[in-house]
Design a binder for this molecule. Structure first.
Ligand SMILES: Nc1ncnc2c1ncn2[C@@H]1O[C@H](COP(=O)(O)OP(=O)(O)OP(=O)(O)O)[C@@H](O)[C@H]1O
Ligand SMILES: N[C@@H](CCO)C(=O)O
Length: 321
């Protein structure tokens, strides 16, 4: 349940008086999501999402996230658009938290994506990359290769309590990727967490992309690798090459991958699998007492990592030769 901070109707009405968005008709907390507190707010002018930024989002990163959503929406990408207050500011404070209002996007996320959804997603991801090309701000990806060892250290030798031998597997993989992480690939704005719960569809067409709070500047092909991991595996752990082919063809219909990006894809996919394995492992080992949020399974990403270790050619993901 992602409402960590309560907001009273009176507080919200006073907050909304700073905007040109009519008067409050209803609001309620949104259960999905784990990072921030989100509310669906309805006013006489329409529907909006109010986000209160909780502690995992660093305050100094907020101008990047807000600026990026505004930039991408301005380039025609369907993503939440921050709404400015009468003062011109987008960030404000509510209930002791930094807060912003963004536009509501219609659509639903899909739990079991089909190849058609994967093709749509691939196109949308490439459009995001092109729309972000002239965004002036930068944000280092603190969850890329140099951030993985600190995460592993934070698991503090407890990996084997989750699965026997897991600590050794991660140590070996981490050392290998630190040695061989690709260099010099095309970079730009990446979403970095474009999982099925962050993409909306209407009539099986991609209608919106949300949750830009891991977005950063990194290799564009790394974002493709994150999506192959998140969209193209079946619940039993098998890679679905039909979905992979659809996602990659969708992406390349909008932005062609360079030879260097294609060659790097297996290694980027290993890195992406390790990144989610590590963050999930740390969360798994640190579930707060009484928490209502169910941690995500780290071992799902161990299986994916094993799959990628056996791949040495991007064609094995379904990339057109
Ligand atoms: N602009 C939007 N339009 C419509 N619904 C939205 C919008 N933004 C967020 N939501 C709803 O709120 C939920 C949580 O949003 P979001 O994923 O951004 O939260 P989070 O706490 O940052 O989550 P996560 O755990 O995925 O990092 C979404 O699943 C969606 O239902
Ligand atoms: N998408 C992440 C959760 C944080 O956004 C995961 O599945 O591990």
């Amino acid at each position: 349940m992602a409402v960590y901070t309560d907001v009273s109707p009176a507080e919200l009405e006073a907050f909304l008086a700073g905007y040109d968005m009519g008067t409050l008709t209803s609001f309620h907390g949104i259960a999905e999501g784990v990072e921030n507190s989100n509310f669906l707010v309805q006013t006489t002018t329409g529907s909006y999402i109010l986000t209160l930024y909780e502690k995992r989002v660093r305050r100094e990163d907020l101008p990047f996230f807000i600026g990026l959503m505004r930039h991408l929406a301005g380039r025609g990408l369907s993503c939440p658009e921050p709404v400015a207050r009468r003062s011109g500011e987008v960030l404000a404070e509510l209930a002791g938290r930094p807060a912003a209002m963004v536009t509501f996007l219609p659509g639903v996320s899909v739990r079991r994506p089909t190849a058609e959804h994967c093709a749509e997603l691939g196109r949308g991801l490439a459009q995001l990359h092109l729309a972000g090309a002239d965004f002036a701000m930068r944000r280092t990806n603190n969850l890329s290769v140099s951030g993985w060892r600190p995460l592993f250290n934070a698991a503090d030798g407890q990996a084997d309590t989750v699965a026997p031998g897991l600590g050794e597997t991660i140590a070996t993989e981490l050392a290998a990727l630190e040695q061989s992480w690709p260099k010099g690939l095309p970079e730009g704005v990446i979403h970095a967490d474009l999982f099925p719960d962050n993409a909306f569809f209407l009539d099986d067409k991609l209608s919106g992309i949300i949750d830009f709070y891991f977005a950063c500047t990194d290799y564009l092909a790394y974002d493709v690798a994150v999506c192959l991991n998140a969209w193209c595996f079946e619940p039993d752990g098998a890679y679905n090459i039909t979905k992979g082919r659809a996602l990659l063809a969708g992406y390349e219909a909008v932005r062609a991958l360079s030879d260097a990006e294609k060659a790097a894809l297996p290694r980027l996919a290993r890195g992406a699998a390790l990144r989610f394995l590590l963050t999930r492992l740390v969360d798994w080992l640190n579930v707060p007492e009484g928490a209502l949020v169910k941690p995500k399974d780290p071992l799902e990403y161990l299986k994916k990592l094993r799959f990628h270790r056996a791949v040495d050619n991007a064609q094995d993901y379904g990339l057109a030769a």
